[in-house]
Design a protein around this ligand. Structure first.
Ligand code: 21W
Length: 224
């Protein structure tokens, strides 16, 4: 999977060089290319925005600069262009899974009061939001997209980890325990130490049935 990110703040993407996404890039399972929109300004002061027609507060990113940044990406014809915007459709696991089937995604990050509509109409295929709260820009949302999609790319995480969450729709979780057996007078649930995987599976199945019926129980409760 290849990701090209168009942004005015390339330094914000340093974190995705680490951990699982860092490893995935080293192993060439995913390729993340950050493009600084400002590099395509023709202005001597590297200006990328201007005041909005019709007035109002803030600035609008100029269409030609974004268009030139987009056109600098080679082999862009088979790529899907996603504009991260609060007006977009809210991301969910189903959407993540379907986007993971693409080969090449171009992620356009907005800022300020937005990007001139004409270049959006020209290059954007899809508009995505990550939830109903206001952020300062599309950078964190684009990293959320890269992170969630990359999990589905062959070789990034184990198949067990993907299946664990697909079977449960990502909503059903159970509490986890490790040593020590007693912490602050609290004992690990007996069923987990009694080495009775059968008994545990029964409880798990019961919890899943309950979850499917009510869609409320998101935690398997273990009795002590
Ligand atoms: C916040 C951009 C508010 C635009 C017309 C006139 C990307 C985001 C963002 C931001 C506005 C996402 C306006 C969840 C988010 C993002 C920055 C409103 C004002 N329009 N998902 N004035 N939340 N946020 N524009 O904030 O770019 S995906």
């Amino acid at each position: 999977m290849r990701f090209d990110v168009l942004t005015l703040f390339p330094e914000m993407f340093i974190p995705i060089k680490t951990s699982i996404l860092g490893k995935a890039q080293e192993k060439n399972k995913i390729n993340i290319n950050i493009i600084n929109i400002r590099d395509f300004s023709k202005d001597k002061h590297k200006k990328v925005d201007d005041t909005p027609y019709g007035g109002g507060a803030g600035m609008v990113i100029k269409p030609d600069v974004v268009y030139d940044a987009y056109n600098s990406i080679e082999e862009r014809n088979n790529a899907k262009v996603i504009y991260l915007s609060p007006q977009g459709k809210t991301l969910n696991q189903k959407k993540v899974e379907s986007l993971a089937k693409e080969n090449h995604l171009i992620l356009l990050c907005g800022h300020y009061e937005g990007i001139d509509q004409r270049v959006l109409d020209e290059i954007v295929d899809e508009e995505i939001s990550i939830g109903d709260y206001v952020l300062t820009g599309g950078e964190l949302p684009s990293m959320v997209l890269i992170d969630s999609i990359s999990r589905y790319v062959e070789g990034v995480i184990t198949k067990d980890s993907i299946n664990e969450e697909s079977f449960s729709n990502g909503l059903l979780e159970y509490p986890q325990y490790t040593r020590p057996e007693i912490f602050l007078d609290k004992k690990v649930p007996e069923v987990l130490i009694s080495r009775s995987p059968w008994k545990y599976k029964q409880m798990e199945k019961k919890a899943i049935r309950k979850y499917n019926k009510t869609e409320k129980t998101r935690f398997i409760r273990l009795k002590n």
